[in-house]
Design a protein around this ligand. Structure first.
Ligand code: UT7
Length: 342
């Protein structure tokens, strides 16, 4: 294989987060609702996860990942004072497309009348949005694209088993879409300061959705009731997360030559309030530097990170000049970060 030709990237291009938007299904599923479906309690769920309620999509009303994704993109475009005609590329992070093909991004672009712009999906579990930010940033940095939509949209509750058999996993998830519009600027100091993208398929068996008997990693695990339902080894993923999260923060800070004090917001994947609180303690972060909103939404997979950003933006807490670190981990197993100079 010949070596890739060296390329010189234009150094005079910066990348800014021009707009942020989110879309949530109206239907709320509380812990008390779950008590009626399975042997669980509000107390158990709050103590172990911090979740009180989550939103769930209603497929019979045509609500899908592309439906909510299009609403989130529309909101992000409005926030950026742009229209769909200004967009020249759409990247969507999802692991719950309507079907294997077409992509959620193609359907979303059509819902909004985007014309023939480039659109593709990235599937990296809960890391999808963070990985997509890194990819989209570099596409803009080359000078090839100007306004790129980056949306995380997932409806994972369609794979939730709301019986006592599936209770340890089903209680965690909610549905949402959220994301940003990234834009080229003439200020090269804006954009990525550092990033990381990792995966370890050797641990894929800890979080997967089997649809056929042959999908099981260990045949002993097979049970027909697991087909079409999210399977997670909760304790294994919990252990992975509490060690990976701080290491990822450390890795990203080191790459950027910064300390935790230099970062204004750690915008983290919301998978369990205890995992986030542990990371906060490890770096001695004040509560307002690492927002936890899992109580209202549960784990919304690829939408979880931008949903936190949207909440911060709406609260008037995101400003040019700040540094924001996006962090996620999830199925794959995957883990990754994206540290931005706004
Ligand atoms: O984005 C994806 C990343 N995912 C995550 O980060 C998830 C990481 N893992 C976790 O957050 C936790 O492992 C869970 C919240 C999923 C589970 O908490 P846990 O403390 O690890 O519970 P466990 O699975 O070890 O189960 C403890 C007990 C068991 O009962 P016994 O065997 O001790 O009698 C379970 O049957 O809790 C029981 N249990 C429940 N009880 C009431 C499990 N789920 C429930 C439930 N309600 N929903």
């Amino acid at each position: 294989m010949s070596s890739p030709r060296p390329i010189t990237l234009p150094t005079n291009i910066g990348v800014r987060i021009a707009g942020v938007g989110a879309a949530l299904p109206d239907k709320v599923l509380t812990n008390f609702d779950l008590e009626k479906l399975m042997d669980t309690s509000d107390e158990w769920i709050v103590q172990r996860t911090g979740i009180r309620e989550r939103r769930v999509h209603e497929p019979e009303k045509g609500q899908t990942a592309s439906y909510h994704g299009a609403r989130a993109l529309d909101a992000a475009l409005k926030d950026a004072s742009l229209t769909i005609d200004d967009l020249d590329l759409l990247v969507v992070a999802t692991m719950t497309p309507e079907m294997p093909t077409p992509s959620v991004s193609s359907l979303m672009a059509d819902h909004l009348g985007a014309g023939a712009i480039g659109a593709f999906d990235i599937c990296a579990g809960c890391c999808g949005f963070v990985f997509s930010m890194n990819v989209a940033h570099d596409l803009i940095k080359t000078g090839r694209y100007k306004n790129v939509g980056v949306i995380g949209s997932d409806c994972l509750t369609k794979f939730a088993d709301y019986s006592t058999y599936g209770r340890s996993t089903a209680i965690l998830f909610g549905d949402a879409a959220a994301g940003v519009v990234l834009q080229a600027t003439d200020n090269p100091s804006q954009g990525l300061l550092a990033q990381a993208m990792h995966s370890d398929g050797g641990r894929a068996k800890h979080l997967f959705i089997p649809v056929a008997k042959t999908d099981f990693f260990e045949q002993d695990d097979y049970d027909e009731r697991k087909l079409g339902a999210v399977q997670m080894n909760g304790p294994a993923v919990f252990k992975f997360a509490v060690t990976t999260f701080p290491n990822l923060i450390e890795e990203t800070l080191t790459k950027a030559g910064l300390s935790a004090d230099d970062v204004d917001h750690f915008v983290c994947h919301q998978s369990n309030a205890r995992i986030l609180a542990a990371a906060r303690d490890r770096f001695g972060l004040p509560e307002d530097k690492l927002l936890i909103n899992i109580d209202h939404y549960g784990n919304t997979v690829a939408a979880s990170v931008p949903l936190v950003l949207d909440e911060l933006k709406k609260a008037g807490r995101v400003h040019e000049g700040q540094k924001i670190m996006f962090l996620a981990f999830g199925a794959g197993l995957t883990w990754g970060s994206s540290l931005w100079q706004l």
